[in-house]
Design a protein. Structure first.
Ligand SMILES: Nc1ncnc2c1ncn2[C@@H]1O[C@H](COP(=O)(O)OP(=O)(O)OP(=O)(O)O)[C@@H](O)[C@H]1O
Length: 368
């Protein structure tokens, strides 16, 4: 799997830029705030229809533009693909693959998978559960089309339910609609738990191996998927997951109405990380946290490889400079075999370390 060419028009600080890439390694360097991350962000968008950092698509459109266009030429499963996305202010985006309209994000993920790794991810372990849920969701949306659909529906229902609870003080009659929302949230929630449990099991296996190697065989990493307390086994059939979610929901109904908050459901899931049997979040040193985060990202890459039969595109956004030489070397050795994009501020070391193509970015343009 590789991206051969990318064209950006009106995307973030790119006015119009066409780029062709090396099949293996691409180093993108430049000073701060020149557009290096924007470039990687466009590639993530092509792979899943979402930005890893923007909350709304309109943030991706150039400040003084009405629309943005991202066009990628990819090579996957021995075939060429052309994915095009157009984003507009105030109207729905348009996306197509080889000229055929893409119905949803899954149609984009069918062509391209990316694993995006940025300095913020180095604190994935220390942050609250939301960061680890985002990590699982971004990956699962690319891996499993049904998961992406279920997650989108869950978010819609959750928003709606939140509004009902919030407004129920002034309009108590709204509460009559709550049982229908709760029921559907539990049905869709069961789908999310089904996929998350399997993903976390695979992630745990690969991440343990990577962490063990990267720590010089000194540390053991364990991952535990945590979901709603009445779900004693997340691998049970979905009907049983649904029943367990309903049980939790019913026991929290009064508390939800009193607090006007959604208290029950997999929107509070987490992935607990332990190193040598202790909570990494509480007890790990900065270095251990980095190794664990690195292990999660490398494990994610292996899962994509197993699912697609090809390595996903690895996007390393300024992370190498944050790692010590031993970890840098480990990452660079582990990611050989697929296409990789690496951004950095200085080009003094990487082009000697890696062979491939080097791009110098300034003000949303690639300098010759
Ligand atoms: N919608 C937008 N329209 C135009 N410019 C934008 C838009 N969003 C962000 N920018 C600009 O893009 C630049 C940031 O680009 P980017 O995040 O890619 O930086 P970077 O080169 O990765 O920098 P760093 O090394 O600091 O991470 C900023 O100058 C910002 O003002």
């Amino acid at each position: 799997m590789r991206i051969d060419a990318l064209t950006l028009e009106g995307f973030r600080n790119y006015d119009r830029q066409a780029l062709t890439f090396h099949h293996s390694c691409n180093v993108i360097y430049g000073e701060n705030a020149q557009g290096k991350t924007n470039l990687l962000e466009a590639m993530v968008y092509l792979s899943c229809g979402k930005s890893p950092r923007a909350r709304a698509d309109r943030e991706l459109i150039g400040f003084d533009r009405d629309k943005a266009r991202i066009l990628g030429q990819m090579f996957t499963r021995d075939r060429e693909f052309r994915t095009e996305v157009e984003l507009f202010r105030g109207r729905r985006r348009k996306a197509s693959v080889n000229g055929v309209p893409a119905k949803n994000n899954a149609a984009l993920s069918d062509v391209l998978h990316t694993v995006f790794f940025s300095p913020e991810d180095l604190m994935l372990i220390r942050e609250g559960a939301a960061a680890r849920r985002r990590f699982m969701d971004l990956s699962l949306c690319q891996l499993r089309p049904r998961y992406g659909e279920a997650l989108a529906e869950y978010h819609r229902l959750y928003e709606h339910k939140t509004r009902i609870l919030r407004d129920s003080g002034d309009y108590p009659q709204l509460l009559a609609t709550l049982p229908d929302f709760n029921r559907r949230l539990c049905q869709v929630g069961a789908v999310l738990i089904h996929y998350r449990a399997r993903y976390c099991r695979a992630l745990a296996e690969y991440a343990a191996q990577a962490h063990y190697e990267c720590s010089g065989q000194r540390e053991e990493l364990e991952l535990r998927y945590q979901t709603v307390s009445t779900v004693h086994d997340p691998f049970l059939p979905q009907e049983q997951l649904f029943a367990a979610l309903m049980e939790h929901q019913q026991s929290h109904e009064q508390a939800e109405i009193a607090s006007r908050l959604c208290l029950s459901g997999p929107h509070k899931d987490d992935l607990e990380v332990l190193v040598n049997g202790r909570s990494a979040r509480q007890f790990c040193s900065q270095g251990q946290v980095r190794t664990a985060a690195l292990a999660l990202k490398l494990a994610d890459r292996e899962i994509h490889k197993n699912t697609m039969g090809e390595y996903p595109i690895m996007l390393l956004d300024d992370v190498l400079s944050e790692l010590d030489p031993r970890r840098q070397e480990y990452v660079l050795n582990r990611i050989a075999g697929g296409q990789v994009f690496i951004t950095c501020c200085e080009n003094d070391r990487l082009d000697t370390l890696l062979s491939g193509k080097v791009f110098h970015i300034r003000g949303g343009e690639v300098l010759a």
